[in-house]
Design a protein around this ligand. Structure first.
Ligand SMILES: C[S@@+](CC[C@H](N)C(=O)[O-])C[C@H]1O[C@@H](n2cnc3c(N)ncnc32)[C@H](O)[C@@H]1O
Length: 231
């Protein structure tokens, strides 16, 4: 198999409507410089509510994560970095998959959402998600004083309607910390509404975006067509 016809392409963005694993399998070492993504977390509240299946589900999900993390290990150059959103339930999945794919989790950033909502009666109001950072050996962060707690306000209203849509400020901050050299390529294999792709295009970076759901590809294409590259 070779890469399919893109669903959308412009001077900076190439979007594939495909399974991320199919596209990752076709990419060669050095085709991308950094991976910035927000994969499906795959652990549902129902699974965790039924104690018997929760740990088994977590480990099955870790196998799937390992299968695509291994491609990330294969294609990233030594100056590359991998940023993978997760939460406290899925951090063990990320750690397990990173170990099996020979990636080092070099930091975990806490995204403090500063959101107004009510918590569960048995626990605390959930106000954060996580971003695991897996840097290859020659990656150098642009700001060594940057901390690992990021307060980025979120609202329940999603600008592009995706239920898991992240604020644009998250991939924008990641790209600030990477400071990719001109011509470097960002890959987001789980693009959703295209937030990472928009942040990359706004910086004049090339981006390869993949999304399995064609309805979200329509959204990404509209969103990216309306995003101007920097003047
Ligand atoms: C957590 S969402 C990403 C949201 C995104 N960060 C945003 O701001 O809109 C994950 C996305 O991955 C897509 N997805 C799930 N499995 C996939 C697969 N195997 N290949 C490609 N995309 C997939 C889902 O359709 C979903 O849109």
């Amino acid at each position: 198999m070779s890469l399919p016809t893109p669903f959308y392409a412009d001077e900076l963005v190439t979007l594939y409507n495909a399974d991320a694993l199919e596209i990752l399998a076709e990419l060669a070492p050095g085709d991308v410089d950094h991976v910035v993504t927000d994969p499906p977390y795959q652990t549902t509240g129902t699974s965790w509510a039924t104690r018997a299946s929760s740990w088994a589900d977590t480990m099955n999900t870790a196998h799937w994560f390992t299968s695509w993390y291994r491609h990330v290990t294969r294609i990233l150059p030594e100056h590359g970095s991998f940023w993978s959103c997760c939460n406290w339930r899925t951090l063990p999945i990320v750690q397990r998959a990173a170990h099996d794919a020979r990636l080092d989790v070099t930091s975990v950033a806490v995204w403090h959402k500063d959101a107004i909502r009510t918590g569960s009666p048995r626990g605390l109001r959930s106000d954060h998600e996580l971003i695991a950072i897996m840097a290859k050996s020659a990656f150098r962060i642009s700001d060594r004083s940057a901390g690992d707690v990021w307060t980025i306000k979120t609202s329940t209203k999603k600008a592009h309607g995706h239920p898991a849509e992240k604020p644009l400020a998250i991939p924008a901050r990641i790209i600030d910390l990477i400071q990719p050299a001109p011509g470097q390529v960002i890959l987001d294999p789980f693009s959703g509404s295209g937030t990472t792709a928009e942040a990359a295009k706004r910086r004049g970076l090339k981006v390869i975006a993949v999304e399995a759901d064609s309805a979200w590809c329509d959204t990404i294409a509209r969103r990216l067509a309306a995003t101007p590259p920097p003047a």
